[in-house]
Design a binder for this molecule. Sequence first.
Ligand code: PLP
Length: 394
Amino acid sequence: KELLANRVKTLTPSATLAITAKAKELKAQGIDVIGLGAGEPDFNTPKNILDAAAKSMYDGHTKYTPAGGLPALKQAIIEKLARDNNLEYKPNEILVGVGAKHVLYTLFQVILNEGDEVIIPIPYWVSYPEQVKLAGGVPVYVESTSEQNYKITASQLREAITDKTKAVIINSPSNPSGMVYTREELAQLAAVAVEKDIIIVSDEIYEKLLYNGLEHFSIAQLSEEVKSRTIVINGVAKSHSMTGWRIGYAAGNAQIINSMADLASHSTSNPTTTSQYATIEAYNGSQDSVEEMRKAFETRLETIYPKLNAIPGFRVVKPQGAFYFLPDVAKAAEKTGYGSVDEFATALLTEANVAVVPGSGFGVPTTVRLSYATSLELLEEAVRRIDHFVKSKW
Ligand code: PLP
C-alpha cells in the first residue's frame, strides 16, 4: 500500500524555506553567508506587546478561547479596520487564525469544491497555489510582466475567468514584487469580479510597509457591493514584527467566516491564547514602533535600490511596498555563463555567499528575490559581493 495520500504528492516545498536551509547549512560549516531569503522583519516584537502578553499569562489567561478568536481581539481588529481602512465589520464577520497563512488555508478549504478555479496572478506568493490545490481547487495563473510592473489588468482577469472560477487572489503590496495596485486599478479588477460573480481574496499582510508617501487602499473600500464579495486577509506578522506569534485574520461574509470557525474548531481549536492577548495590545496600543520599522525599511530600499539596479545585467522595478526586490537577472545569468537563473542563484550562494530565492518559486524564473529585512550594513556587503561576482565572470 502507498504510504502517502494523493493530495500531498504534488506538494512543492516552499522555495523560500529551501534556500534558508541551504544557507544555514553553509553557515554551520563556518562560511560567512549573508541570507537575503527571509520573509520576516528583523526587528524584535515591540516591548509593549511583549509586556501585554506576559501580563495576560500571569493574569491566568492560559486556557482555550473561542475557535474564531477572543471577542476582545475581534473588537480590536474591528476598530483597526475602521480606523485604518474605513471598513465596518461585525464580530461575526471576523475570524482570527494561526497566522494569515493558515487563515488563507482555512478559507480555501471552506470555499472550494473539487475542480473550482482560483485565479492567481504571477508573480505569486509560494503558498497560494499549494493551498488551492490542497483544497481540491485548480490554480489558474495570469501572468504580469515587469513591463506592466508585475500587475495584472482587468482584461487579463476577464479572459481568465471560466464557469468554474470561484475566486481571484489580489496581494497588494505584493510579495515578491513589492508592487501596489492603485485605487483605479483595483476598481477595474473589482468591476470584473462583480460582473462575473467571483470572490476577491485580498491579502493585505504588507499594508503597513508602504514607501515614499503611498497610502494603503483596500479593494473592499470601493463599495458595499465589492466589500460583500471580498475576504480581507491581514495580520500582525509583518506590521508589528510578530511572525512567530502566528496571528492573522479574515474579514468578510459571515457565512464564510462562520464555516472557517467551525473548521478551526476541529483543527486548531483556537490560535494561541497568549498571542491573541499580544495582538490586542498590538492594535490597541501605540503604533509608533510600526512607523519606526517602516522608516528603517524605507531607508534600506532607497539606499540599496540604485546599487542593485547598477549591477550589470540586473533590471529592477522599484518596489513600492513590502520588503523585497525582484530583479530580473536573466541577462546577468547568461553573461556569467549560467544556463538558468536557478543555477545563477545557486552560484550566488556557493561562490558569492549571498542567499537569494530563485524567482522560479514565484512563477517568474528570470528573477531572484532579495529580502531587505536585514541590516543596512549586511545589505551593502551583499550587493558588493553580487556586483563583484557578476563583474568577475562577465
Ligand atoms: N501572505 C503573504 C503574501 C506573505 O508573504 C505571508 C508571509 O510570508 C503571509 C501571507 C503569511 O503571514 P503569516 O505569518 O501571518 O502567516
